[in-house]
Design a protein around this ligand. Structure first.
Ligand code: NDP
Ligand code: GDR
Length: 330
């Protein structure tokens, strides 16, 4: 993946999130001028909302805009004239999408549509990446899932990502844009949001070890996921936009583990028995669960030369150690 420095300009939506922050670092490392779209409140409360960007903040150009406003997106695209655009911003929490289907669908579908439309009008040669998800497979018919597996989303989040996938493919086919879909399986890191199960577990382990808590309430422990490291997954996004032709790719480790295994590994890393601390909370079960996701990233391996390196146990160690350090207990 080593390459020479570039003078290209990239625009990232969702730059304040887990993936956005790693991607910004990756692109700066390659010499890109990196612009990001953020919500106006982020610029007013940078210590909190730009915390994942604090090391690189001075090297970024941030623009206030809203995914809900075509006019604001049009303005930023016009100002930036990007060579590459990575569209990562979304209401990304599946559980929340059951509480508020309307805002999830509005933000995720319209945001993608507005961005594609503005790019088509202003910089049609710009290369575009859409952050698709394994949640599009949902109740998948086959295991493992690849680019040919039929979508059967199980939440408005999943539905919004299928719509974004179709919009992206349609702009490629109808208008000849270089638009790619990544179909990324779960990826985590010490920068993961605390609402997602991986970080909830690793932060919970640290709190219990520090004596700040005695219990961790979780929902479905039997769900199976294919978890990788976010830092490695953003490299795949970039690789997709460096190819001769635009295309869609599954990015995954190919290995599948239950939430229970994740819990067991996280607690045992610090010498604790999870059965003494984990409580099952029926409120945390989803109205429609996705039971088994396991990706086949064979196409990405063959065509992009991409492969994962970090295994689940190493990822969990890194996340638990980070959360323990934050509490000053290692
Ligand atoms: P995060 O939840 O960490 O980040 C989401 C980003 O979207 C944040 O920068 C957030 O900004 C921004 N955002 C949310 N709503 C809006 C809005 N209405 N207007 C403008 N910006 C908004 O997600 P990840 O980094 O984990 O994921 C990045 C993308 O990849 C998402 O689209 C997600 O759905 C998708 N994805 C993620 C996977 C994963 O396992 N992580 C797997 C597959 C797909 P703010 O900081 O202001 O909230
Ligand atoms: P997911 O991630 O829905 O796969 O979406 P999440 O970590 O929220 O859930 C994974 C699995 O864990 C089960 N679970 C719990 N989940 C949460 N959040 N909290 C709990 O207490 C809990 N207990 C059990 C869930 O039921 C589920 O089966 C993530 C997001 O990053 C999406 O944006 C992305 O598209 C997909 O990964 C791929």
């Amino acid at each position: 993946m080593a390459s020479k420095m570039t003078t290209k300009c990239a625009l990232i939506t969702g730059i304040t999130g887990q993936d956005g922050s790693y991607l910004a670092e990756w692109l700066l490392g390659k010499g890109y001028r990196v612009h990001g779209i953020v919500r106006r409140v982020a610029l007013e409360d940078p210590d909190h909302r730009l915390s994942r960007l604090k090391e690189i903040r001075g090297r970024l150009v941030l623009h206030a805009a809203s995914l809900e406003s075509y006019a604001s997106i049009h303005r930023v695209v016009h100002e930036v004239q990007p060579d590459e655009c990575y569209h990562l911003a979304a209401q990304s929490f599946v559980s929340y999408s059951f509480d508020d289907e309307f805002s999830t669908l509005n933000t995720n579908i319209n945001g993608t549509h507005f961005l594609l439309s503005a790019l088509k009008t202003l910089v049609p040669q710009c290369r575009f990446y859409f952050a698709g998800s394994s949640e599009m497979f949902g109740m998948a018919e086959t295991v493992p899932q690849n680019e040919d597996t039929r979508f059967h989303p199980r939440s408005s989040y999943g539905i919004s990502k299928v719509a974004g996938f179709d919009l992206t493919r349609n702009y490629r086919e109808a208008y000849g844009m270089f638009a790619c879909n990544g179909i990324l399986f779960n990826h985590e890191s010490p920068r993961r949001g605390f609402e997602f199960v991986s970080r909830k577990i690793t932060a919970g382990v640290a709190r219990i070890l520090a004596g700040k808590s005695t219990e961790l309430r979780l929902g479905n422990l039997e769900a199976l996921r294919d978890w990788g490291h976010a830092r490695e997954y953003v490299a795949a996004m970039w690789l997709m936009l460096q190819q001769a032709q635009p295309d869609d790719y599954v990015i995954a480790t190919g290995q599948c583990h239950s939430v229970r295994e994740f819990v067991e590994l996280a607690f045992s890393h610090v010498g604790l028995d999870y059965t003494k601390f984990v409580t099952r909370d029926p409120e945390l079960y989803r109205p429609a669960e996705v039971n088994l996701l396991q990706g086949d990233a064979g196409k990405a391996r063959r065509l992009l030369g991409w492969t994962h390196r970090v295994e689940l146990a190493g990822l969990i160690r890194e996340m638990v150690d980070n959360d323990c350090r934050a509490l000053g207990i290692i």
